[in-house]
Design a protein around this ligand. Structure first.
Ligand SMILES: Nc1ncnc2c1ncn2[C@@H]1O[C@H](COP(=O)(O)OP(=O)(O)OP(=O)(O)O)[C@@H](O)[C@H]1O
Length: 721
């Protein structure tokens, strides 16, 4: 106790000094008149002062969150204070606060006990000894808490989780938050991994994947500030509501301007589509409301989304593109007027020889421009002004009609051509080889269905990766379209082709790809193993990480959800909980006439404590709508969340499980947990629902629980296990 008091006293004194110093620096900066003139050098200096002012203003509210006493070999022990923003000493000496992204700050995260500690600095490996690791909570300039997670002199555990558990026990509002003060060693490795590597991260539910990805972006911007720009980085998220949910983290970390998009929106922009095709949420709604092709005997290879996302489909497209290239140049000489002729062989030589290294649409452009130049040279040979005028007119018309003889080299036209060729080949009008249909071929039902809607001018989400691939083969991907770094969240729902296509838009395979195979609920698309994505890169271009610890939910909830996975999926990707205990999982009957009353009672109880967010999860959108209506009739107010939703408001939400992916709530009530709603193949879906809960989980069940759900008595066993 005495120790604690002296630590608190010490930190209070140090904080007072730090705040006085920051305040003095701020006042000095504020006393310099703001420059509004036109001198460029002065403008740059003013921008620098403004950025510094903003940093100090952020810093004065919470200057730092951690302290590490480190003795670098051969030097003296020094207390290092670590904050979200680095603050220099007023007199230009040692920094008063070290930015959490600086090399030395990595020790604060990576040190997990032991006699020596080391970190990578630009000048090489620095070794030494850690004496103290301390978490310090400061809010609005007031010291609230001091907690030592390591003290070399104490007898306690090497590094304690106490502060982490305190942080995890807090209730959440409607936004994801930064975790700079409690980043764990295994997360820090990912955050600080080198830029030019395709990182593939398998992380159990609640292991911090989304959070880690956002911190990694902030790290990359700090570490590689000369090479990358915020506006050239993108995070692909599953839907707009999720983008809203994560929108606070980057500003909290002092980072702005990073693009946040869905794959569909971005693809629509590149392809020049007026709007993104049928939103993923519509496909999901249809799928979960009953249109499940597995029921009509469609297998994995015949599922359009899986087929069109496979690398075998790229091979088929490559075959077709080769055919287009071969037959692209019109099989005719060009004759601008009688007596002048450019042979088809010359034109083909230009196309296939000189311009070979250009993408195909560029080649066509170049050839047509060259023909035009040739015409101009020929025109100069005209015998008279009248002949010149006459020839010019004719040549203009004939150049136009010659250009029209070329096929339209645009992704949509080529894509349709591919399916038309495949259709003719299947009808035996054409040989399989000429159809670009060298094995493997496009399955007949997919050809028929796709052609059906392409002819009506429609495009589906499942076609986007292929269209972008064709785009990348036809056009140059210029600087405007390329990225410095790409983050893909919920990557288990991405196809290998999507990643392969994105690879063409990103420099140096600079990817952070995160997902959880146990949450792969989109059976009609996505990957079944990370190997499918690793294969896209050379071994030295990629690295794989697994995050097994789950930080979101209590031990009771994680043990319960693990059991669903163990029984229903048979996977060994089970989450390891942080030692944080809470309420037992409640499994209550709620069927027939008493269903609504039971759900309302559970909601009331779940909200009786300090919980701020509650989700009531149904299996389908239709059921969510019905339940929301019934609750409103009974006077219970809640937000209904549907597919197109752009914002997440917090409070009480009613939504289908599949839309809750990526989100989290203080308490979760999953309704209708019975065999009718959750088939044997739905264990992953139920797992997603259960792992959304931070502190409390309720399962409201019908007559018979699915086999993979532990019953009320068994749950006690699961907990005791
Ligand atoms: N090191 C940490 N310290 C404190 N909180 C953490 C830490 N890591 C993760 N969390 C918290 O755990 C929760 C889950 O994080 P996040 O949503 O990023 O996980 P996820 O792996 O993307 O989850 P899911 O796959 O289930 O969507 C968040 O509340 C986050 O703040």
């Amino acid at each position: 106790m005495e120790d604690f008091q002296s630590a608190y006293q010490e930190e209070q004194e140090r904080l007072d000094r730090a705040l006085r110093d920051i305040d003095r620096q701020l006042n000095e900066l504020r006393s310099i008149p703001v420059y509004t003139g036109h001198d460029f050098t002065e403008q740059v200096l003013e921008a620098g002062r403004e950025a510094h002012r903003q940093q100090l203003e952020r810093s004065i509210r919470e200057p730092y969150f951690g302290r590490l006493d480190f003795e670098e070999r051969g030097k003296q022990v020094e207390p290092l204070y670590i904050g979200k923003v680095g603050v220099g000493d007023k007199d230009g000496g040692k920094p008063m606060v070290i930015d959490w992204r600086a090399p030395v700050a990595s020790l604060f995260y990576s040190f997990t006990g032991g006699d020596t500690a080391s970190y990578e600095a630009p000048e090489g490996l620095i070794e030494g000894m850690v004496y103290l690791k301390r978490n310090i909570v400061i809010r609005k300039g007031i010291l609230e808490r001091v907690a030592d997670t390591y003290n070399k002199d104490s007898e306690g555990p090497a590094v304690s989780d106490e502060f982490l558990v305190y942080r995890l026990g807090e209730n959440k509002d409607n936004r994801l938050r930064d975790i700079v003060s409690t980043i764990q060693a295994e997360q820090d490795l990912i955050i600080r991994a080198a830029k030019n590597t395709a990182l593939i991260i398998q992380g159990v539910a609640g292991s911090g994947k989304t959070t880690v990805a956002l911190h990694r972006l902030a790290f990359l911007l700090y570490q590689y500030k000369e090479q990358i720009k915020a506006e050239k980085m993108v995070i692909f998220a599953p839907n707009h509501m999720f983008i809203d949910y994560i929108s606070e983290v980057l500003p909290e970390l002092g980072v702005g301007d990073i693009q946040q998009s869905t794959f569909g929106d971005w693809a629509a922009g590149v392809l020049g589509l007026e709007q993104a095709p049928q939103d993923d949420s519509e496909t999901l709604a249809r799928w979960f409301d009953g249109e499940d092709p597995r029921k009509s005997g469609m297998n994995d290879k015949n599922l359009p989304g899986r087929f069109k996302g496979a690398m075998a489909f790229k091979t088929i497209m490559d075959g077709y593109l080769e055919q287009v290239k071969r037959s692209c140049v019109p099989d005719a000489d060009f004759e601008p007027w009688e007596g002048a002729r450019l042979s088809r062989n010359t034109i083909r030589d230009w196309f296939e020889g000189e311009y070979k290294h250009y993408p195909i649409a560029r080649r066509k452009e170049r050839v047509l421009a060259r023909i035009h130049r040739w015409v101009e040279m020929e025109l100069k040979k005209s015998p008279s002004a009248a002949a010149l005028k006459e020839r010019k007119k004719k040549a203009q018309q004939r150049e136009k009609s010659f250009a029209k003889k070329w096929p339209a080299l645009e992704p949509a036209a080529l894509y349709k051509g591919l399916f038309q060729t495949a259709s003719s080949a299947a009808k035996g009008k054409d040989s399989a080889g000429e159809a670009g249909g060298a094995e493997p071929r496009i399955p007949g039902p997919i050809v028929k269905e796709t052609l059906g809607y392409l002819k009506k001018g429609m495009i589906k989400e499942e076609d986007l990766a292929a269209l972008l691939y064709l785009y990348s083969q036809i056009h140059e991907i210029d600087g405007k379209l390329s990225f410095d770094h790409v983050v893909i969240d919920e990557a288990q729902d991405f196809s290998p082709l999507q990643i392969a296509v994105l690879d063409r838009f990103v420099k140096g395979h600079s990817f952070t790809i995160l997902g959880d195979l146990s949450q792969g609920i989109h059976y009609y698309k996505g990957v079944r193993s990370w190997g499918e994505m690793q294969e896209l890169f050379a071994p030295e271009e990629t690295a794989y990480f697994a995050l097994m610890r789950s930080y979101r939910s209590t031990m009771e909830i994680i043990d319960f959800a693990n059991e669903i996975l163990r029984r229903g999926v048979g996977t060994d990707l089970l989450a390891v909980p942080v030692f944080r205990s809470g309420e037992p999982v409640r499994i209550k009957p709620a069927a027939g006439a008493g269903r609504l009353a039971a759900i309302s009672a559970a909601m009331k109880q779940a909200l009786s404590g300090s919980h701020r967010t509650l989700a009531v999860l149904t299996r389908t959108m239709r059921e969510a709508e019905e339940l929301h209506r019934s609750l409103a009739d009974a006077g219970v107010e809640a937000n209904l969340i549907s597919g197109g939703q752009r914002q997440y408001a917090g409070g009480i939400s009613v939504l289908p499980v599949y839309l809750s992916k990526g989100l989290e709530f203080d308490a979760v009530i999953v309704t209708d947990v019975d065999r009718e709603h959750y088939a044997p193949s739905d264990a992953r879906l139920l797992y997603v629902g259960c792992t959304r809960a931070l502190h409390e989980l309720w399962l409201m069940h019908g007559p018979e629980l699915p086999d993979y759900v532990p019953g009320p008595e068994e749950d006690a066993e699961v907990r005791g296990a």
